[in-house]
Write a protein that binds this ligand. Structure first.
Ligand code: CA
Length: 296
């Protein structure tokens, strides 16, 4: 009997400790932050809706929520309020923030969308920006001051909506070993707000100077791509059989002899080994050096 009582006390004590620990855990995990701020998808005209959600159970009278933003990236447009009352002001402060003032808001029972603040992307702005919520003190349902209200910042990333190659690179033909030359290429990006910008920075993929044949070179900016075609040729291989031999030499000599019938485009490129715009005896001489392995 005595042992059973002691055991019961130990169990009761253990239960109390567990309950206290649980209460501590609950109070930590249930710490209400007052607000949530989230950004929606970028819409036509570069408009971005930023939604402010109010956690249930708060009377936010006297509270000011500021959304600080980068004026080089975003412009404040307007704030749309839902069916709740309470916000009497919404406007831009000198410190680049939109201030929402909650003056007479009643406690809301459940977490609900409170207002949508509309921003517009500044012309030409590209990259990632943050909207930083700053929350002042508020009053809870029991008229007690609530401090420590906060909300996570929101990241907005703006990339080009489309990519257009308005002019292609001048150089289309390459001998193996030559580096890619994009001189003459113009890439224009169009952004969600309709603005356009010529891009100087882009990624290039798909060019292999050591592999002969037709190649598609891809230009990438963000998630968008554009492409152009090039031909990479083994120097001296006029007839595209991947060999440099007398058959190629014969073609060049034939062209050089009948100089009035100069080829164009890729045919000219493959035979014009001296790259002076005409196929002549100098190209034939160079071809013979290639065949004999004296030059490469
Ligand atoms: Ca050949």
């Amino acid at each position: 009997m005595h042992v059973t009582k002691r055991l019961a006390r130990v169990l009761a004590l253990a239960l109390c400790v567990t309950m206290v620990l649980q209460a501590a855990l609950i109070s930590t995990s249930a710490l209400n932050r007052g607000f949530s701020v989230s950004a929606g998808a970028i819409q036509d005209g570069g408009l971005i809706p930023v939604t402010v959600t109010v956690d249930g159970g708060y009377n936010l009278a006297g509270c000011k929520l500021k959304l600080r933003f980068d004026e080089g990236f975003l412009q404040y447009v307007r704030a749309d309020f839902g069916s709740f009352g309470g916000v009497t002001e919404a406007g831009v402060s000198p410190d680049n923030s939109v201030t929402l003032s909650f003056v007479s808001m009643e406690a809301v029972a459940t977490t609900q969308t409170f207002c949508t603040v509309w921003f517009r992307i500044v012309d030409g702005a590209v990259g990632t920006t943050k909207i930083e919520p700053i929350v002042s003190e508020a009053i809870d349902v029991n008229n007690q001051t609530i401090s420590g209200l906060s909300a996570d910042s929101v990241s907005i990333t703006v990339t080009a909506q489309s990519l257009t190659m308005t002019s292609q690179p001048t150089k289309k033909y390459y001998f193996c070993g030559e580096p890619l030359d994009t001189t003459g290429m113009t890439l224009v990006a169009t952004f969600p707000n309709g603005s356009t910008k010529e891009l100087a920075d882009f990624g290039l993929f798909g060019f292999d100077t050591n592999s002969s044949g037709n190649q598609t070179v891809t230009v990438r900016s963000g998630k968008h791509t554009a492409s152009f075609e090039v031909v990479v040729a083994r120097k001296g291989d006029v007839n595209c059989d991947d060999l440099v031999n007398l058959a190629d030499y014969a073609i060049i000599v034939d062209t050089a002899v009948f100089a009035e019938n100069q080829p164009e485009g890729e045919l000219l490129f493959r035979q014009d080994l001296m790259q002076d715009g005409a196929v002549d005896c100098f190209d034939a001489a160079y071809e013979s050096l290639l065949i004999s392995g004296i030059v490469q």
